[in-house]
Design a protein around this ligand. Sequence first.
Ligand code: HEM
Length: 343
Amino acid sequence: MSIQFKDETFRGDYTFSNSQWAINRFPFPFHEDSFMYSVNMEQHSGGPEGSVYEKRFDVDEHYLSEMKDRAIVLDEDPLRCQSLPHMNLAGWDLLELIMMSKSEDYPDLFELHRDGTHWRWINRPMGIDDSFVFMDNTTLPYAPMEYITRQAQGDFCVLDQRDDNLWMDAGMVTTQADWSLDFDIGMNFFEWHAPVPRAHEMGIFKRALKFLLAIQQGTPARRLNWTLTVNPLLDTSPENYHKWGIEKASLTPENVGEKQYLRVELQTFFRLPRSNALVFPIRCYLIKFADLVTIPKWGRRLHRVLRDIPDDLATYKGFIANRELLVSYLSQFDDGAETSPGV
Ligand code: HEM
């Protein structure tokens, strides 16, 4: 189907909403009635038609509005996009990966024409038609990573690989779940994961890093992560906590269905060809509880997951203060039926 792009906001009057199509394809992350961290990684080799897993870089009805929101964040805070000098080559690798993938996967929306190093990129939804010389920064309006990630939904971390570790040496991060690129820039895999409870002791990060270091070009991987957000806010950054943190206190039993969102990140991992860097796109999907519970097995399961999740995880994910309210709302949608494993 051709995508009907929406004009909506993720701040202020919060006009964001999901169509029935977007609700049906929402990546519900729980395959059982409880949740604990695990090395939940698999190959990113497509998925059912119409699902968020089908294409390498999913484009949906929120594309144009998300790109507008990114531009607002960057205007206010240019440090959301950073690239250490040695990451320029990885930026070109990423530009190539996204342009190739999008033009192949969505030929009606994107076109890439290549004549040696002379490239022409057409992004129809955004009204962009640019010609440039591949690998020549002076021929683009921004550095290559910034240029292409201003046109791609989700955050992007670009990791340098050296000393058997990954280093957060570049990124475009405007839709993050309460962490900061400016704080993490230059850190390694264990350092930027330091605040996460339990996962270090469980050996998850050691195993995950081993998996990531071995990812080869052409065989990307993926995993889901989740948290909760009050209001459909993309920019839940520590830099702006003073603006959005207080919104958590606005939840009431009457408005919880409309104001409380499940936030799911589809995280993918691609090896880049020339730089050998690893790119980590983090694509954020939001769904309000009132929409989520229209799928009975989701409402039932989310109730059980939030009711039983350990306190330290609920604290880290930032919803411990509202947990009782959320569980009480969701309990209306849990008829006590047995659930079967799988989403
Ligand atoms: C959280 C980055 C790969 C598991 C985080 C955080 C960042 C991050 C910045 C937030 C930490 C904070 O509180 O400040 C990355 C990057 C990755 C990567 C750049 C790619 C190289 C992985 C992988 C796993 C993983 C492969 C596999 C298990 C987690 C978990 C959390 C986390 C469990 C806590 C999330 C939550 O409870 O909401 N990651 N990560 N990460 N990461 Fe990663």
